[in-house]
Design a protein around this ligand. Structure first.
Ligand SMILES: *Cc1c(COP(=O)(O)O)cnc(C)c1O
Length: 823
């Protein structure tokens, strides 16, 4: 018999399969066939990690050797979702791994489904951080993501009787095979106490006394670049107590102090605050911020000093990007470390700090602005407070020099004012770069919200339109479309998304259109199955899948969407024979646990769903589905199946949005306002391939500043809208309690309170929205026309890759060099 020579791929696969079997045996004392699906996941994950580890080590070696500049992306949130599937598609050996898993008799989808989402974030801001890490690795730039290892991430949402219930998400209850605890980088973080000054050797030493401390311990997770052997690190910090009980020698005071430190450590990383775009002002939140910033900076400086001895050159090797104001303590803590620990003078420390820190603004909404009461801030962080006072004192002198006698400038720009520490003002004063996250948003910052700062420091301001990673949201989330695109134009799009424009030439090709339409249909069948399993509702994959998935927020206007559904239902009931193309309205949204009107909106959506879905007389023309527990893993399935992408925020309120880009990438058409990145989406795809409606941001801002909008007038004059609003308070959707939705009714018309009525211009935009929805229906009826528009959306999505965003950060802000990793 002829001996066959094994190929490299075959050897690799044999080794991989053996690794998986060995893991099952070592971990569970069983054969692979005998262990549970979850244990199969763990065994596969360890086998994959084994491949990743070698690249991780090689990458860090290459960074050391080239002494490359590193970006530290500082973020309170990283909404990573599941890691395993994404890691596999990014590895060069993806095909061998997938084949080996199949040859083991395992189903990769089932394995992937065993992994809990790493939901260390709320929504867009946290997901952006995750997409950025993917792009940084894929482009080969040295980077750390720095954050917090919350024991409980974003809560799990259950819907009970139509209401949201929050269940703690204990994502770490089982081992997390894809992380490594790094005890060797543990450090101490101090809270409270007081600052004592010692004069010695002709200088002042600032010493914190009477503090409580915790030990910060990092856990590293690998971030695998696409096919380039680059593995960066997401470093998330856990807290442990420093003092362990010594039962022989405690006195009462020491005992209490020990218990308090133990408790501090336990609480500090316990839970992610579930607010999106909303500042709650809780002391524990400020502790979390200081905790991860202090630890991240301590380690960053130590790492720098292993190769360098001149801290004045730190900005040549390190840049700190602050994701919103949450990490702005970076400014004060870096100053503190440089002066108090490394004994630099103020001016030297300031020269370094103001060259290392850059700030990204994510919102203009006043309720999201972080302003800490002086009392709280100075008690918790006495030394940082002193430093901020001094930064503020010097800054006010600068303002006065530039604008003599203009007190309004100080009122607007001072860092400490009115008894509060204003974090955005600190970030802008100290940072060398201030960026918005979409063109329109940056314009509003420059012209309205941060006008005074822009006037004083125009050179700091720049725009970085957000992006998303096509590797997760197309290659992984929509394998059918990914394969089709690759078949048409090759696979360059995976790392060079603008190449996807090559499919444009197929937009009029009947065969290609049919293939494309069929893929959308298959994805709708997949989602319909998910909905049947999770909601028990039958939806028709031939109906229009009209989707709004995002955090629940008044400014995002899920209420406008559901009021319009109520209106359509009334129309069908009043005119049973009217033309109507069947539509499935799909919602998914978590509301912050304490956000009453948002939670009531979820109940309204579910109540409307109950009535409409169970009305046999409308022949299933409308279905309404609320998908429970919207998160990254089910988002991937939802985007792939969408026909219509609802991006209907009140113009000027959504800084960018990234959901809008994920839908576009998957061939959904945008139904939206001229807000955030929608503006740029329309610019790319053309106005004919999207459905735009509503007030412009200028009009909204004008009404906000000058008044002149009266929703009551619309209520009195438009009988269709009046009927819908009356249904909120006459028990039509809540026969057991007609008053249930009174607060929603009041929020629109404000017959009761002193709050402004319809702050988000829902009634004002209603008719324009309904008319745009009509255009959607007409367009969809022309199947070929629709498929063409959908294909053109995919073809013109190139700009919205986070690879482009990261390259712009690199070119304009970070100035990093690419590093090659050879294996
Ligand atoms: C992309 C994403 C978001 C952000 O959606 P927007 O529509 O931009 O608000 C929120 N949550 C998840 C799970 C996401 O994937």
């Amino acid at each position: 018999m002829a001996k066959t020579v094994k190929t490299e791929a075959e050897i690799f696969k044999e080794e991989f399969k053996k690794k998986v079997r060995d893991e099952a045996k070592m971990l569970y004392r069983k054969t692979l066939e005998e262990v549970s699906d979850r244990h199969k996941f763990v065994a596969v994950a360890y086998a994959v990690k084994d491949i990743v580890i070698d690249q991780w080590i090689a990458t860090q070696k290459a960074y050391e050797k080239t002494d490359a500049k590193t970006v530290y992306y500082l973020s309170m949130e990283f909404l990573m979702g599941r890691a395993l599937g994404n890691m596999i598609i990014n590895l060069s050996s993806r095909n061998e791994i997938k084949e080996a898993i199949e040859e083991l008799g395992l189903d990769l989808n089932v394995i992937e489904d065993q992994e809990p989402d790493a939901a260390l974030g709320n929504g867009g801001l946290g997901r952006l951080a995750a997409c950025f890490l993917d792009s940084l690795s894929t482009l080969g730039y040295p980077a750390y993501g720095c954050g917090i290892r919350y024991k409980y991430g974003m809560f799990q949402q259950k819907i009970e009787d139509g209401y949201q219930k929050e269940i703690p998400e204990d994502w770490l209850r089982h081992v997390n095979p894809l992380e490594i605890k790094r005890e060797e980088y543990a450090c101490e973080v101090k809270f409270g106490g007081f600052v004592r000054v010692e004069h010695r050797d002709g200088r002042n030493y600032f010493i914190q006394d009477g503090y409580q401390a915790v030990r910060a311990i990092p856990y590293d997770m690998p971030i695998v670049g696409y096919g380039n052997n680059v593995v960066n690190t997401l470093r998330i910090w856990d807290a442990e107590p420093i003092v362990h009980f010594n039962l022989d020698e405690f006195d009462k005071g020491a005992y209490m102090a020990a218990v308090e430190q133990e408790n501090l450590a336990k609480t500090i990383t316990e839970v992610l605050y579930p607010n999106d775009n909303h500042y709650a002002g809780k002391e524990l939140r400020l502790k979390q911020q200081y905790f991860f910033i202090s630890a991240s900076l301590q380690i960053a400086i130590k790492k720098y000093l292993t190769k360098h001895d001149d801290l004045s050159k730190l900005p040549e090797k390190v840049v700190f990007q602050m994701n919103d104001t949450h990490p702005t303590l970076t400014v004060a803590e870096l100053m503190r470390l440089l002066m108090d620990e490394y004994l630099l003078e103020w001016d030297e420390a300031w020269a370094i700090t103001s060259k290392c820190c850059a700030y990204t603004n994510h919102t203009i909404m006043s309720e999201a602005l972080e302003k800490w009461p002086i009392e709280l801030f100075s008690r918790l962080l006495p030394r940082c407070y002193q430093i901020i006072e001094e930064i503020n004192r010097r800054f006010i002198i600068d303002i006065e020099n530039k604008y003599p006698g203009d007190h309004r400038k100080i009122e607007k720009m001072a860092i400490i004012y009115d008894g509060q520490v204003k974090m955005a003002n600190l970030a802008i004063c100290a940072g060398f770069s201030v960026n918005g996250v979409a063109k329109l948003h940056t314009e509003i910052l420059e012209k309205q919200e941060l006008r005074d700062f822009y006037e004083m420091f125009p050179e700091k301001f720049n725009n970085k339109t957000n992006g998303i990673t096509q590797r997760r949201f197309l290659l992984h989330g929509n394998p059918l479309l990914a394969e089709w695109v690759t078949g048409k134009v090759g696979d360059d799009w995976i790392t060079d998304l603008p190449k996807i424009q090559g499919i444009e030439v197929y937009a009029d090709d009947k065969k290609a259109q049919a293939e494309f339409a069929n893929i959308k249909y298959q994805n709708k069948v997949r989602l319909a199955k998910y909905i049947k399993e999770h909601n028990g509702i039958d939806v028709d994959p031939r109906s229009i899948f009209d989707v709004q998935v995002k955090r629940l927020h008044e400014y995002k206007r899920q209420l406008l969407n559901i009021l319009h559904v109520m209106y359509l239902y009334n129309q069908i009931k009043e005119h049973p024979d009217m033309d109507f193309y069947p539509r499935t309205f799909i919602f998914g949204a978590k509301a912050a646990a304490g956000y009453k009107i948002a939670k009531l909106t979820i109940k309204l959506i579910n109540s409307v769903a109950d009535v409409i879905n169970n009305d046999a007389s409308i022949n299933g023309k409308i279905k309404v589905v609320f998908i429970e527990n919207y998160r990254v893993s089910n988002a991937e399935i939802i985007f792939a199946a969408a026909d219509v992408s609802e991006q209907i925020s009140t113009a000027s309120k959504e800084a960018s949005g990234t959901g809008n880009m994920k839908f576009m990438l998957n061939g959904a058409l945008t139904l939206g306002t001229m807000d955030g990145a929608n503006v740029e989406i329309v610019e790319e795809v053309g106005i004919d391939n999207a459905f735009i409606f509503g007030l412009s941001s200028d009009e909204v801002i004008n009404y906000e500043n000058n008044g002149g909008y009266d929703p009551m007038q619309i209520f009195n004059e438009d009988m269709d809208i009046r009927k819908v609003l009356m249904q909120l308070i006459n028990g039509f959707y809540s026969p057991d309690d007609p008053e249930r939705f009174r607060d929603i009714y009041n929020s629109l018309l404000n017959t009761q309170s002193t709050d402004k009525a319809d702050r988000y211009f829902i009634l004002k935009d209603f008719r324009s929205y309904a008319e745009a929805q009509k255009r959607v229906e007409e367009a969809y009826k022309d199947q070929e026309g629709w498929v063409k528009k959908a294909m053109l959306n995919v073809a013109h999505v190139g700009k919205f890759t986070s690879d482009r965003t990261i390259q712009e950060y690199v070119d304009d802000i970070w100035h990093l060099e690419k590093v090659k990793v050879d294996m």
